[in-house]
Design a binder for this molecule. Sequence first.
Ligand SMILES: C[S@@+](CC[C@H](N)C(=O)[O-])C[C@H]1O[C@@H](n2cnc3c(N)ncnc32)[C@H](O)[C@@H]1O
Length: 216
Amino acid sequence: MGQSSGHRWLCIRQIQVVEATMLQAHKILALTETTQATHALVLCYFLETNSKQYNLVDKNVIEIGAGTGLVSIVASLLGAFVTATDLPELLGNLRHNVLRNTKLKSKHQPCVKELSWGIDLEKNFPRSSCHFDYIMAADVVYHHPFLDELLLTFDHLCKNDTVILWAMKFRLEKENKFVDRFQTLFDLEMISNFPSLNITLYKAMRKDSMKASLPN
Ligand SMILES: C[S@@+](CC[C@H](N)C(=O)[O-])C[C@H]1O[C@@H](n2cnc3c(N)ncnc32)[C@H](O)[C@@H]1O
């Protein structure tokens, strides 16, 4: 089990994907019955089945709200330099999962780092030295009070050539509003849809920086 804490996501069990890096559709569907990490599984499946188009070898990838770290693990096994991030209280479990599943298996050892959305972004991820080819996010938009901070985080981490891959389930009006705000900064394209799971996978890139700005 994950380390104990009041945070609801710490109750997610540690994951073991050591021998199961090539996820197949039927495995995903079976796993979704037993795990809360459905969005992450959908994104992993996409990465594995589209690894020619989205070649992660030697690419810089950051995952925000990594949770159990499944997306970070798969991105690492696919050859990327990965930074898996989450809230400080999640990092012990995340580090354990990432290390256990990538040690001696990945081309580049992933790094696990705190990233609390909207907090100390320039200090911990300076724009001048951080360049990410991909930002990955699975199930980070739901009913929580940090949607503005989440948008600031995407904005801070995303350069003109960064690709955001984001798995999302529409649930409430608030989340739809987030998407509207997101689209003031980023061009959003649906790249895959899983209607039975009600999950959509998006690709996003920064709009022309002269035209885009955060709404007040
Ligand atoms: C619904 S879980 C998704 C976890 C994982 N991406 C997945 O799909 O299984 C949301 C994640 O966002 C993280 N999170 C929530 N609020 C956050 C914040 N303010 N700053 C950073 N991470 C946050 C949580 O700790 C959690 O890991």
